[in-house]
Design a protein around this ligand. Structure first.
Ligand code: GDP
Length: 139
């Protein structure tokens, strides 16, 4: 059985380019409900923890530097079969391989500067959502 929740980040490249509103609109147009939304920024420690699975990859340091370079928008999204449907909407990791109309095809500029994150499993959607949102948060 697949879950109905996924997690996304609008990455620093897309935020800096002013694409946040258009990306959120595309997400909504495609039937996702925004359950939580936050403008924030990653510390080096948080970025390293978020991408720990890639810590041995040659691009790890560059990825952490990029992900800490400016504001990001974190969101929890809801739709049936959310993880798979959202991965389809964002397109391939490398925008050169992303299908027409996908968010990465429209807004990413390279394999690293690829505009958005999307969880790759129900389990990670939960972990990543909890990384940014806590039901007891009040500001
Ligand atoms: P995703 O699930 O499609 O985001 O891709 P991955 O989990 O494989 O990679 C995480 C993030 O690392 C990607 O979204 C990119 O920002 C970055 N990344 C992935 N592969 C490369 C690469 O070969 N070079 C560089 N510089 N960054 C990469």
């Amino acid at each position: 059985m697949t879950g109905n929740t996924t997690f996304t980040m609008i990455k620093p490249d897309a935020f800096a380019a002013g694409s946040t509103g258009l990306i959120l609109n595309k997400i909504i147009e495609n039937g996702f409900k925004i359950k939580a939304l936050r403008l924030t920024a990653l510390s080096k420690e948080k970025a390293e923890a978020f991408y720990a699975v890639h810590s041995e990859r040659p691009f790890f340091n560059s990825l952490v530097e990029f992900m800490t370079s400016g504001p990001i928008v974190a969101a929890i999204l809801e739709k049936e079969n959310a993880v798979e449907n959202f991965r389809k909407l964002i397109g391939a990791t490398n925008p050169a391989d992303a299908a027409e109309g996908t968010i990465r095809k429209l807004y990413a500029t390279s394999i690293q500067y690829n505009a958005v994150h999307g969880s790759d499993s129900d389990e990670n959607a939960l972990i990543e959502g909890n990384f940014f949102f806590n039901q007891f948060d009040r500001h």
